[in-house]
Design a protein around this ligand. Sequence first.
Ligand SMILES: [Zn+2]
Length: 356
Amino acid sequence: MDKHRSQARWAASLVFCTALFNSAFANAEPCITVTLTGTQGGPPVFQGQAGAGTLVQYGDSDNGCSDLALQFDAGRGTTQSLSKLNVPVGKLSALFVTHMHSDHTEGVTDLMQLRWHFNSQGPKLDFVVSEDKKSPAGHTLSGSLFARHIGDTLIKSGEMAQRLVENPKRLADGPSALMNVITFGSVIEPTVVWSSGDVTVLAINSKHIPGHASYRVNTPAGSVVIGGDAGNDKSAPPRDASTSAQVEALAEDADVIVHSTIHPVMGPDKDSGFPPPVYFRQSTASDLGAMAARTGASHLMLTHLIPPLGASKQGPYPIPGGALSETDYEDAVKQGGYEGTTIVGTDLISLTLPAN
Ligand SMILES: [Zn+2]
């Protein structure tokens, strides 16, 4: 081929590639995706639903919002949910826990064991949780002890020693050595507990059990609040609402609120037999609607549904009037006066901001 013609073609293709790169770069916009990795409410099991958890991913439109992957709570089945989303556990940047209840934490062991198998070279996973809190009953709720002992059953059974013989590059102290535990003290105002680049995560304590915390992720693409199982400081009526004033302060002007939800049909006045103290320490769908209306959220994502959609029972307790539908939850939210978009949670449902 003619040498000059070849050079001209090469130069033309370089210009073309540069133009493509520039246009892609110019169109890349920051984005945030919120995915419910599990929507089961409380310890019961129902049709394979995964335990409570929310994945918040942040990045730009060129990489599918995938620069950062932040997991909030990890109930049973979280690892499977992440695999369905093509998010390897080694890709998680941080794991935040709202409180030390098994329906929010029992997936952590599985997740960390898998990370230890294949990502022992690091990096460590930031594990963000309240400092130890003593209950009025005398016992202590401890996220740091939970993390330290995360691999104990497998160490005691001899499995860890066996696997270390097979691959000595794995961390000798087991999966807890891969956790970078970050604890925070009492937070009565929204307080930054974690950050990376232009993403910050704030926390605030609220009632449910000692040490319970709700989180807010602020990014250039939007903000999302993960309420967890937060409830009102007053543990029973009379009170203004079942929702938490602290979560409401945290959620002011946030785009998205993700919150555990109980349907008013489980209330003591409806004779389900559901224990009133357990009912009263959750936020009702109607009160969450009212709160989301006050804070101005564009989206309310209901998760940790009590009872689950389509279930005739919550654990041993029958649902008065029969199984609930998505519409039953939406109607309850509307009764609270919310006119934004309500998403009744199912496993892996997701929302991306800004919407394309
Ligand atoms: Zn729960």
